[in-house]
Design a binder for this molecule. Structure first.
Ligand SMILES: C[S@@+](CC[C@H](N)C(=O)[O-])C[C@H]1O[C@@H](n2cnc3c(N)ncnc32)[C@H](O)[C@@H]1O
Length: 244
């Protein structure tokens, strides 16, 4: 084998090992975080945690943020297991906070409301169900939550924790679907806020991060466990649930 081929193979193998290492690190972050979440899972109705939900490490990060940095006004785009676990936390810890969660899928929203009602959690959550509609953005037209209906529901409300995990943006056609939350909703963010954007390992979300960083030079940015992008306007206690 000539030297160039040997080098090429060595690089290929080291890249493969690096990807595997990252994968295992993510898995161990999730296993560790699942242990932290036990007090909000054991003794409650079973939750179908699957690939559609935020990773355990992301959920644990958000719960820690709510407690450590006393977030009270939570806005979530893309409802699900995350909504239920956050609501359980508010109830269990007697926190004075509320969640507005935005969902496009009617059946999913109804399921969620049933779950919340059965656990007496609707007092903490407002589920805003709106259709997806075409909306113009600086990156072209995308399908996002019906802006008019959503603006009517949210009105002048402002939020100190914003979670962007919807609408679906998992194909190249949909890759910028989550941009309007960043482009249009700044007036609904409090001066001191934390904004988490899931799936920042994907090209589409990386475009959104670059866009938002470019427009907001004073907002800090970090990535948690490869997939969760976190923007902050002020230095706060660090809610990261893992240590290396
Ligand atoms: C990425 S998911 C949002 C997940 C949610 N934030 C959570 O952590 O459970 C985006 C959309 O997919 C649908 N969805 C939510 N949870 C799902 C799940 N576990 N499996 C499949 N689809 C889901 C909903 O319509 C939601 O608005």
């Amino acid at each position: 084998m000539n030297i160039f081929l040997k080098i090429k193979n060595a690089l290929k193998n080291s890249n493969k090992s690096y990807i595997e290492l990252k994968h295992h690190r993510k898995k161990s972050d999730d296993i560790y975080s699942l242990a932290i979440l036990q007090s909000l899972l054991v003794g409650y109705p079973y939750l179908p945690l699957n690939g559609g939900a935020l990773r355990p490490v992301c959920i644990a990060y958000i719960l820690n943020e709510i407690i450590i940095n006393q977030r009270q006004h939570i806005l979530e785009f893309g409802s699900g297991i995350s909504t239920i676990i956050m609501a359980r936390l508010l109830k269990k810890n007697g926190l004075n906070a509320r969640i507005v969660t935005v969902e496009h899928n009617e059946a999913w929203a109804n399921n969620l409301k049933t779950y919340l009602k059965n656990e007496d959690l609707l007092q903490f959550v407002e589920v805003v169900r709106v259709d997806l509609k075409e909306i113009t953005t600086s990156m072209g037209a995308v399908h996002w939550y019906d802006y008019k209906a959503l603006s009517m529901a949210i009105k002048e409300m402002t939020f100190d924790l914003i979670i962007i995990d919807g609408p679906p943006a998992n194909t190249s056609k949909l890759k910028h679907s989550r941009l309007p939350a960043l482009e249009r909703f700044a007036p609904n963010f409090k001066a001191d806020f934390c904004l988490v954007l899931d799936d920042v390992h994907r090209k589409g979300e990386q475009d959104l991060v670059a866009f938002y960083k470019g427009k907001n030079k004073n907002v800090s940015y970090e990535i948690i466990s490869e997939t969760l992008g976190v923007f902050r306007t002020t230095n706060k206690f660090n809610p990261i649930p893992i240590h290396y």
